[in-house]
Design a protein around this ligand. Structure first.
Ligand SMILES: [Zn+2]
Length: 329
């Protein structure tokens, strides 16, 4: 990196429902953004076109050309290989199989580009610019419709041999548990995500349980979502509280596994479901404390992310920065 000229990066956070692109300087300041809807159901070509449009649009307010970018970082959902720049498959992006996203972006923009899993990007964002600054051993956990993660060991993102490491949502918690969208059974995300919470509520309601949750959802089972259950719990609905505690229990089982395997200093817990707060997290921490090794549990700190919705773009930009500087050495 040049000492006197500021390097500018583009971070792209490609999600199943939205694309966020940001122009980021090397200190993690966001200089401009572009936000648009992902045409996920129109297939990979349409999504890639929208990503490229977003990249171009983000530069417009700054009046800078694509050629002035030091590099581009792309965070994408699903399993991918950062080395080859290929998205293997993604539950949030239908019809994506072995899409060479990085090479397409390189071809269309002429800039060095780097691909990373979206949750890994968010982990790097928090490591470089957020709550995990200066931390050496950290696990980032994001709990929303699924559970994603990023593993930081000795200050470095751990991606494994083909780049799929950090898929913590698919560690088996109950080998005979419910079917997960990955094809396996009893994965962490099928027991402790927002989807798991909503599925549990629907099952109870179908079985005739007494609760105000269904009324809150306008009598429509399909509209029973995690935020609806959260609102019912906050009003004191006993079933809603019990279901959140049950989800917290499974969350804690997975946290105990992570603590025992990685002995992290810090676990950052983000994603929409973490907004429930105490009602979800205090049973989770209790179970983690009961199941993990005492020394490891006492050494770990839990924190909420600091960067909110920007962790992905900032992390993607940081990944581009570290990748390009690694190549220059
Ligand atoms: Zn799974």
């Amino acid at each position: 990196m040049s000492a006197n000229k500021q390097e500018i990066y583009l971070g792209i956070d490609l999600g199943g429902s939205k694309i966020l692109t940001a122009v980021v300087d090397d200190r993690g300041e966001i200089l401009s953004r572009d936000y648009r809807v992902t045409p996920a159901n129109d297939g990979p070509d349409a999504v890639v076109r929208e990503v490229l449009k977003s990249a171009t649009s983000a530069l417009v307010p700054l009046g800078i050309a694509m050629q002035e970018l030091a590099a581009i970082g792309i965070g994408a959902p699903g399993t991918s290989n950062p080395g080859r720049g290929v998205v293997f498959t993604s539950p949030n992006l239908p019809e994506w199989h072995n899409v060479p996203l990085r090479d397409i972006v390189v071809r269309e923009t002429g800039r060095k580009s780097y691909l990373i899993n979206d949750a890994n990007a968010a982990a790097l964002g928090e490591l470089y610019f957020g709550v995990a600054r200066g931390v050496r051993h950290m696990i980032y956990v994001t709990i929303s419709t699924g559970i994603g993660g990023g593993i930081i060991i000795d200050g470095q993102l751990y991606t494994g041999s083909v780049g799929t490491a950090g898929e913590i949502g698919h560690m088996t918690i109950d080998a005979n548990g419910p079917r997960c969208r990955c094809g396996n059974t009893g994965c962490w995300e099928v027991l402790a995500s927002g989807t798991a919470l909503a599925d549990r509520a629907r099952q109870q309601i179908r079985g005739g349980a007494k609760t105000s949750i269904l009324d809150d959802a306008g009598g429509d089972l399909e509209k029973v979502t995690a935020p609806v259950i959260q609102a019912a719990a906050e009003r004191g609905d006993p079933l809603a509280r019990e279901l959140i505690a049950k989800t917290g229990y499974y969350l804690g089982v997975g946290l105990a596994n992570l603590i025992n395997i990685f002995n992290p200093e810090l676990i950052v817990i983000g994603g929409g479901l973490s907004n429930i707060g105490e009602a979800l997290l205090s049973p989770a921490f209790q179970v983690a404390g009961e199941r993990a090794f005492k020394e490891a549990y006492q050494a770990v700190r839990f924190a909420l992310p600091e960067l909110g919705a920007d962790s992905g773009v900032l992390g993607a930009a940081a990944f581009a920065r570290q990748s390009v500087s690694g190549e220059d050495q």
